[in-house]
Write a new protein. Structure first.
Length: 295
């Protein structure tokens, strides 16, 4: 299964009453249909996955699957804290139409999440899953970095096909590509800020929050890298770094949703306790896009 290309981790639209707004979700999907994404990710960190009820998670996957052409992949977050719950959620995601399950590291008892425990967890999930598994490493949210030795062990599992690594450690990503070159295993950059560097080291694609806002430029960066047009790629990458930082670590999902509105998408509110940006934060966010030539 080829994961090469750009995947936006979709934001989940909410109404002013903080209910999932499926009409606005379908509207965003129609706008994204003209961008040459490899596929879409639902129920990731940017989809406010921890704030959705189990029923809502399945409905979101079903809604996106109905709107998505069959030649585009649908990756769905299914990671839970327990192995049993993760298996059940993964099976449910497959039944709802997901092509691949994106499984975040369990982290509540992070002190006990040794390499051995995580290898055991992911192995049991992959053994039971009817669809392929992509590991999801997001230490900024979990406080846990999936150990490299665990990744290399898990890469040998026939049903684990890759990793989305959002940590930003380029040396580690290069080692993953190098050490798994004999396996059917693909490394995905977890953020737009280090996309070019990841491609230079052999990553297959990117799952990038900024693709919700600047999807076409990120697909252009993907093309430039694959065509070996590195100077143009570098110039474009430079203009994406600050906007990417603004909608990820600086302002998070509220910042991402605000920026989406400036580019013709529905952003809308987040679910509490995620709070909207202050007027001064909105001004700073807008300035970041303006100074880099996007607004």
């Amino acid at each position: 299964l080829n994961l090469g290309g750009i995947f936006p981790p979709l934001a989940t639209p909410f109404s002013p009453m903080q209910e999932v707004d499926y009409a606005q979700l379908e509207g965003n999907l129609r706008r994204y249909a003209s961008i040459p994404f490899r596929g879409l990710v639902v129920l990731g960190s940017n989809g406010e996955y921890p704030y959705l009820a189990p029923r809502e998670r399945l409905e979101v996957v079903s809604c996106v699957r109905r709107a998505l052409p069959r030649d585009r992949l649908l990756l769905a977050g299914s990671g839970c804290e327990s192995t049993q719950a993760t298996i059940e959620q993964t099976v449910s995601m497959a039944e709802a139409g997901a092509d691949v399950a994106l499984v975040v590291t369990p982290c509540y008892y992070r002190g006990a999440m040794t390499s051995a425990a995580l290898v055991q967890h992911y192995t049991e999930v992959a053994d039971a899953s009817p669809i392929p598994i992509v590991l999801y490493n997001v230490p900024a949210n979990t406080g846990l970095d999936l150990p490299l030795e665990a990744v290399l062990t898990l890469a040998q599992h026939p049903n684990i096909i890759g990793i989305k690594d959002s940590g930003g450690d380029i040396t580690r990503m290069g080692l993953m590509v190098h050490k798994t070159r004999q396996e059917d295993f693909q490394v995905l950059a977890g953020s737009a800020g280090f996309l070019l560097a990841s491609y230079a080291l052999g990553a297959s694609g990117g799952v990038c929050a900024l693709a919700n806002v600047l999807g076409a430029p990120l697909c252009q960066l993907d093309s430039l890298c694959h065509e070996g047009r590195w100077q143009e790629a570098r110039d474009l990458q430079h203009r994406l770094i600050e906007p990417n930082m603004a909608v990820t670590r600086r302002f998070g999902v509220p910042g991402l949703k605000k920026a989406m509105e400036w580019f013709g998408y529905y952003g809308g509110p987040c679910r509490a306790p995620l709070a909207p940006l202050s007027p001064s934060q909105v001004e700073e966010l807008r300035g970041t896009f303006s100074t880099n030539g996007w607004l």
